[in-house]
Every structure is written in structure tokens, then in C-alpha cells.
Design a protein around this ligand. Sequence first.
Ligand code: ADP
Length: 477
Amino acid sequence: MTIHQNLIAGEWVGSDAIRNINPSNTDDVVGEYARASVEDTKAAIAAAKAAFPAWSRSGILERHAILRKTADEILARKDELGRLLSREEGKTLAEGIGETVRAGQIFDFFAGECLRLAGEVLPSVRPNIGVEITREPVGVVGIITPWNFPIAIPAWKIAPALCYGNTVVFKPAELVPGCSWAIVDILVRAGLPKGVLNLVMGKGSVVGQTMLDSPDVHAITFTGSTGTGKRVASASVEHNRKYQLEMGGKNPFVVLDDADLTVAVEAAVNSAFFSTGQRCTASSRVIVTEGIHDRFVAAVGERLKSVVVDDALKAGTHIGPVVDESQLKQDTDYIEIGRQEGAKLAFGGELLKRDTPGFYLAPALFTEATNDMRISREEIFGPVAAVIRVKDYEEALAVANHTPFGLSSGIATTSLKHATHFKRNAEAGMVMVNLPTAGVDFHVPFGGRKGSSHGSREQGRYANEFYTTVKTAYTLA
Ligand code: ADP
């Protein structure tokens, strides 16, 4: 099997490889991917540093053309790349192709943004002086990504970094290097100069840590666990570098008595279980007012009967496997914790046997949960959700906000009054009315509050806040 190598200073290098395994069928090896060493990572950082002066001054048409070509190739190859994604991560083929299309759209969006770089011209408060406010690239950007969105998250970090003139050292998650390798290959063939984008696959404790420890990495954008996010933060404070963190969530989905039951059930099942619950925007706390509670729980149970958990690549599968053995253990441990805490496991939660060896888990729904149980406080990151019964809207809002996290918050209601109040008062970066907590657009800001996020928003035009630094220039005319 050929090794997919790292890209350092424009050269494909590396012979120490690990196997990328399909979680739907652990006998299926997706490919061999090189592992970077500390020295490789240092060389990648040095290459990005050396490439920065020229790339930061490159013409906007050059950047536009490269990002545009990349978008075109990703979109043209959506079926093949979507399949690779589903094979390495385990989300369904429809989800894999959908995520790939989104990655293409993100490159397309930032190709356009290159042509819209703008500043401001203001008069000074002093006579005969003009003030120009411009945005400049930050320098070498370190990009560290998780396994759950193998192509979209790399895209929404790499595209703006390059668009605004930064150079990049990119470390994808060890479990899913395939899509990352593919988009780096596409960008290089689209004409990216040597050293502008460097790919260093491998371990967080080796590659990631070397990036955190380097004074030559000027900004780090990270999506992953809260624990690693804290390490990124403290190392970044040490080096006085810019950093952006997207971490966990414990997103609430509120269902009020006046909700449209079909809308509420679809949105709750999607939020909790699609993509195997492995989305930071997934909802694992379903907060339901007492007038609709029993009808809602029964309807979710009915709906779950038609949900097919199977091989991600099979037609008809709605939910693929859990990503790997250690995540599966975490999910089943939490199911046990929920039981011991006194919640009732109303549906699912059992391991499933399918034609191929994989990490199959039936979506688990707890009822009679309270908001102070560990299953309601801690991020599980699997197809496990808990229903919390509340008296009325006011209690629902209080429970929804009573969490250390604040990424996404959803509500099902037909009341304009409650929808409006919830939009204003949900302590989250994103609010969804009659929609799942997950599933966002690519052209508008993404991010959260409280323990979920740190720094400015990702995606859309708001991305420029992270990937640029502002300069204010005064001229005596
Ligand atoms: P998850 O539980 O989702 O795997 P992690 O925070 O462990 O979350 O992983 C997210 C990303 O952070 C991965 O690319 C991982 O390799 C990387 N990572 C893990 N440990 C470190 C570290 N000490 N320094 C930098 N990056 C790390």
C-alpha cells in the first residue's frame, strides 16, 4: 500500500506510517498515512515562516484562483471524497457527500473574499491628517483539527488562513487523515507555492505539542476537546500568540407544549443522533414541558424504530458506527453512568451486530433525567441523549442555560413570544428555532460562549477577525 506522505516545504516526505481504519468494517484499511516527528513539525513551521513574506504580499487574483480551483475540484469529486470521508469517519454517505460539498462551498466563499479585501479611510481628529485602517495577515497559522468533520473543519480553517495571506502548518486528527491529505493535494496542484501550506499528520502529543511550543507559530486555531483546548490556551498565552478554540457542547433542545410534534420529533432525533451524535452542535439534553412530555417521548420512540444503524456506505443507513473503540467505550460507560444515576433508559443503548465488524451502537434515549446528572452535565459525544421534564417555558430556559457550555441552543415552539424570548435569552453562540441544534450554513458566523469557545467566530466574513491583524496608519497630507 502506498504511503500518503506529509507535505513539508513543498516536498512529500515520510515513511513512518499508520493505518487508517474504517469504523464500519475494521478489516478495511482505508490507507497508510505518514506520521510526522518533532523534527518534521519544526521543519514545517520553518517552511511556513520562510514562505510568509512572499505569500503575504501575493496578489489577490493569485489567491482567488488557487482557492477557486480547489473549490471546483472538491465539488467535481464530491462523490469520491464523500465516500472516503464516510469510510474513514463512519458518517453516512449522504452526510459524507454533504460535508464535502460544504467544504467546496467554503473554498468558493473565501475565493470570493480575496477579491473583497477592504479597509477604511477616516479623517483624523487633527487637521490635515488622514487615517487608514487595514487588515494584514497574522503570520504562520497553526491549524489543529478533530476527527468528527474530516473535510469541513480543515476547509473552514485553511481557506480563510490562505485567503487573508497567512501561511499554514496543518495537523489533522490522527483517526481521519484521508480527507485532509486529499484537500492538501488539491491545493498544491491548484498552484499553491512551496511552504505556504504544510501538512503534518500524526499524534497530538508530538506534532500538536511541537506547534504549541513554537514561538514561530503566530496564531493557533483549534477544534477538539476541552482538555486539549486548555493546553492550547496556556501555551498560547506563554507565547503571546493569538488563539481560537472550539471545544465541547452540551446543547439543549427545548420542546414546549405548543410545539408542532412532528417538527419537534424530527429536530430532536436529528440533533441527538444523526452523525452518530458526534457533532459539537449535537443536542444531548432534550428539555420538555410536562403537557407534551409523554406524547413527545412516545413519538420519539416510534421514530427511532425506523432508524437504521449500519455500515456508513450502505444505501438506507441513517446512522453509521461510532468512530472507534475508545469512543464506543466512552458512550457505553456514560450509558451505565446514566442508569446508575437513576435515569431510565427508555430506548436503545445496546451494541449491535452487523455484517462487518464495526462499532455499532443503538441510539440511546434516557428519560426521567435531571439536569444535575453527569449525563446532563458532561459531553458524551455519541448517540446518547437524555430527556429532562420541566414545568413550563421559564423553567425550560433556566435549565437550558444551566450548563458550563454555550455553543448551540434549540427550541420547538409555535409561539412567537417564546421563540423571540428564547433567541434573546439563550446563552449560546447559535440559536435554532424549530430546527435541529446542528446543521449550520457556511457563510455566517459559527461559534459559542462560556466553556464551548474562545476567541472570535469562525466562518463567513467574521473569520477575518482571527486571520488578520488590524493596522491603523496616519498620514500628514
Ligand atoms: P478528541 O477527543 O475529539 O480526539 P482532542 O482534543 O484529543 O479531541 O483532539 C483534537 C485535536 O487535538 C487532534 O488533532 C489531536 O491530535 C490534537 N491534540 C491532542 N493532544 C494535543 C496536544 N497536547 N497538543 C496539541 N494538539 C493536541
